[in-house]
Design a protein around this ligand. Structure first.
Ligand SMILES: [Zn+2]
Length: 358
């Protein structure tokens, strides 16, 4: 499968990009500079209590009007559609502030209304804060729905730094899952089953390099967090350029989606994909597997997951289900021998033994 020789597809990139300390207080100024004088705000639950005071003071200073605001609990597509189309027509931009749900809600509402969307993540537990899709519920089931990449991304490192350790490790796992995802994508394209985009792949590989050459392996250090945010952003843009989630999602994401269906208590997305990515990289004989092993060890990802390992029975069931999660989607798990090989690795690999347990 090939891309056409000329393409007139428009690729969006974030035009407003602010990463640093104390950024929540400055959102009013950013809105003013972009002429977004009336906005709708969708908050993660409990967020207004935590950071509302700082946020509102910044808006007041620049006379930014709030057309509508609410805390988000449901991400059912019909609720979002209803809310989006009842927003005042004077709304100039939509802001999402919080973790997954509020950002997905706001991103999809902005996509429906063709309004600029400003993403303000309060944790970086996955790449959703800058990806071109929203994870929503459709008829009760979680689905990834096409949306637009954010017009703006504002990351306040003071807030990210105080987010729970599990969120930081989840972000690390989601980031490094690119190792197995990129291999799957390349193989699928070599088999003529997927379009490949060299530039998107390069961007995604480079986003990993940013973390490999990090200044500190202390995930709580501001330098590491800045690199993690940058890496997740690049991978979001790689998806936008490729027009598919392939640069950031492959066999490891299939296993995680299967775990979400099977487990009574699924673990955080990035923890599941991080473990699955290491397993899939072994299955792939991926040339980067030793780098992946080293870095996940150094930053403490393996030790963290080992404190509360993934359930082995669920994991093995998920391995079986994973290749059927998406139709016509080649990954290393599509190979007949992968299932048995994976079970052997879970039993024999010293690291996997700690991460996936009965
Ligand atoms: Zn992910």
């Amino acid at each position: 499968m090939k891309y056409p020789l000329t393409t007139n597809r428009q690729i969006n990139i974030p035009y407003l990009l602010k990463i640093g300390n104390g950024k929540i207080a400055k959102i009013g100024r950013y809105m003013f500079d972009k002429d977004m004088l009336e906005i709708a705000v969708f908050w993660g639950e409990g967020m207004p209590n935590l950071i509302g005071k700082t946020f509102y003071a910044g808006l007041k200073e620049y006379k930014i009007k709030i057309a509508h605001e609410q805390e988000v609990s449901s991400i059912a597509i019909e609720d979002i559609t209803k809310t989006a189309f009842s927003l005042p027509s004077t709304t100039k931009a939509i802001i999402g502030i919080g973790g997954g749900k509020a950002l997905d809600f706001a991103k999809y509402a902005a996509y429906l209304l063709k309004l600029p969307y400003i993403s303000v993540p309060t944790s970086t537990s996955n790449d959703g804060f800058c990806s071109p899709s929203s994870s929503l519920t459709v008829d009760g089931a979680r689905k990834s729905i096409k949306s637009s990449i954010p017009y703006g991304v504002v990351v306040d490192l003071d807030i990210i730094g105080s987010s729970p350790t599990i969120c930081l490790y989840s972000g690390v796992g989601d980031m490094f899952s690119k190792v197995s995802a990129l291999w799957d994508w390349k193989q699928a394209s070599q088999k003529g089953l997927e379009k490949y985009n060299d530039f998107a792949a390069m961007l995604s590989y480079n986003s990993l390099d940013l973390l490999y050459i990090r200044h500190s392996s202390d995930i709580k250090s501001p330098q590491f967090q800045r690199s993690l945010v940058n890496s997740l952003l690049y991978s979001g843009i790689a998806m936008e350029i490729a027009g598919t989630s392939r640069p950031a999602s492959g066999s490891e994401h299939l296993i995680s989606h299967a775990l979400d269906k099977i487990s009574a208590h699924p673990q955080m997305h990035g923890l599941q994909v991080g473990v699955a990515s290491y397993l899939c990289a072994l299955l792939q004989d991926n040339p980067s597997v030793s780098d992946l092993r080293d870095i996940l060890k150094q930053v403490g990802f393996f030790d963290f997951v080992a404190q509360n390992p993934l359930n082995k029975q669920d994991f093995i069931k998920a391995l079986k289900l994973a290749p059927q999660i998406k139709d016509n989607y080649y990954t290393v798990l599509s190979e007949g021998k992968s299932y048995k090989k994976a079970i052997k690795l879970i039993d024999k690999d010293e690291i996997l033994q700690q991460l996936i347990k009965d």
